[in-house]
Design a protein around this ligand. Structure first.
Ligand code: GAP
Length: 446
């Protein structure tokens, strides 16, 4: 990793803390290693990412429905899915400093703590997060925090078929927390023990030939790339890695890892797997409930096959921040896509000590902040009257606000304002009544 890149992630972490995107978890108690809390701006950015994903993959499509399952499920789910038996990483311990590592994630075969290269023999470590249900802590009360959102979708397959009356091919999507007792978490919010996923299980008819599922698989590769474009991730920094047989998860017949050039190295951003009929078949066997799909025309019953695009929310946020972050030494600009930015606009009175400017600016601010009026998309709007106007612009650039609306003396005369663009720093005079349309027009995905 180059010095500059190394430095870039440090600067992003520092910006996140300074401006309220991401804080170290449990900080007042000395923190909890590799846990992070999302602050006021971080939660807006994260919610905008999740909202956009939901619009693109669920509400704008006829072949998709969503769901939101429980985090703690019947432990049999994880036996049927294979996680209890095989959700393992290889644990090794440094013979010198006794730090433990996931062998698969060791950089250059060296201990990152002391630099030595001698380790214990690897042993299997199951990364399911265990807990107990009720008052007794024993084998019978053992449960797990879900390691992926996917299984709630398979478990509810029949419920959703019966209620939503979907016909193949169709998908079920879910967003939510997942937990893994990672041996080597790290790199800020890249790998944590508690994280969020956005997953789709896309059910397809039982393939007659390989070409049938391969066609669907290629379609989803393309969808992932379209998504990356929508969130502003540079295609040149993404590599589709074909995961070899020996490294694929137990359920997968083909996997692509979408590798992104993070400042700390090229690492997995998302995954796409062909899960065959592994999950529905196993859940039918373990639950003894019929989880087959019935073809309305032929009456034939079968387990659909599944293509699964899986997106980490926190990794998305990190990639989005890495792409958007730019600094020229002393000035930071976060060039976020406008629809992802925590605020779409900021409103200022030119001078904070002129009551007539403040009053007018307040009225503009309240109006823009109002939820959907005239069929406009909802906007989040910031207010700032501190310091001079230049400092306010810089403060908004740093958090990615694409447009700053300034109310000045001319506004009082002709109801026009200046709108300043974050990326070009250009200012335009716009009629106050046209400001929402001006912003909305420029906010749409380009
Ligand atoms: N249902 C399939 C599945 O969970 P995965 O490759 O293990 O597949 C999917 O995880 C995505 O979840 C990853 O590509 C990544 O974006 C995210 N992810 C996985 N483990 C993570 C962790 N420890 N911290 C943050 N994100 C993680």
């Amino acid at each position: 990793m180059s010095e500059t890149n190394n430095n870039k992630i440090d600067r992003i972490v520092s910006l996140c803390k300074r401006r309220g995107f991401v804080f170290p978890g449990s900080e007042i108690y000395g923190g909890l290693s590799n846990s992070w809390d999302y602050g006021p701006l971080g939660v807006e950015l994260k919610n905008n990412i999740k909202k956009l994903w939901w619009q693109i993959f669920v509400t704008s499509r006829d072949d998709m429905v969503g769901m939101d399952g429980a985090i703690i499920m019947n432990p049999k789910v994880w036996e049927a899915s294979g996680h209890v038996a095989t959700f393992n990483d290889l644990l090794v311990e440094c013979l010198s400093c006794h730090q433990r590592f996931d062998r698969g994630k060791l950089e250059n075969g060296k201990c990152s703590n002391c630099g030595k290269t001698k380790f214990t023999e690897p042993r299997q470590f199951n990364t399911l997060f265990k807990t107990y249900i009720g008052t007794v802590e024993d084998a019978k009360s053992t449960a797990y925090l879900r390691p992926e959102t996917a299984q709630a979708i398979f478990v509810n397959f029949k419920n959703i078929l019966d209620t939503a009356r979907m016909t193949l091919p169709f998908g079920i999507a879910q967003q939510g927390k997942a937990f893994r007792n990672e041996i080597t978490p790290g790199n800020f919010i890249f790998r944590t023990r508690e994280f969020e996923q956005m997953e789709i299980e896309y059910f397809i008819p039982r393939p007659e030939k390989d070409v049938d599922w391969q066609r669907q698989f290629e379609y989803w590769i393309n969808q992932v790339h379209l998504w990356l474009k929508a969130i502003g991730v540079d295609a040149k920094k993404v590599d589709d890695f074909e995961v070899p047989d020996s490294e694929r998860a137990h359920y997968s017949k083909r996997t692509i890892d979408f590798m992104y050039e993070f400042p700390f190295g090229t690492k997995e951003l998302y995954g796409l797997a062909y899960r065959t009929d592994f999950d529905l078949k196993n859940h039918e066997q373990f639950s003894e409930k019929n989880l087959k799909y019935k073809d309305a025309a032929t009456g034939e019953e079968f387990w659909p096959h599944v293509i699964e695009p899986s997106f980490g929310v926190d990794r998305t946020m990190l990639a989005v921040l890495c792409e958007a972050y730019s600094d020229d030494g002393d000035r930071v600009i976060l060039k976020l896509k406008p629809y992802l930015a925590p605020y779409q606009a900021a409103v200022f009175p030119l001078l904070a000590n002129k009551p007539q400017l403040v009053e007018k600016a307040r009225a503009v601010y309240q109006k823009l902040k109002l939820p959907i009026t005239n069929c406009q998309l909802p906007m989040n709007v910031a207010w700032d009257e501190r310091g001079n106007i230049g400092k306010r612009y810089y403060a908004q650039d740093e958090i990615g606000t694409p447009w700053c609306v300034t109310i000045d003396f001319q506004t009082l005369e002709d109801d026009t304002v200046t709108v300043r663009d974050r990326d070009s720093a250009k200012q335009e005079r716009v009629a106050l009544k046209d400001v929402p349309a001006f912003i909305m027009e420029r906010m749409m995905p380009r």
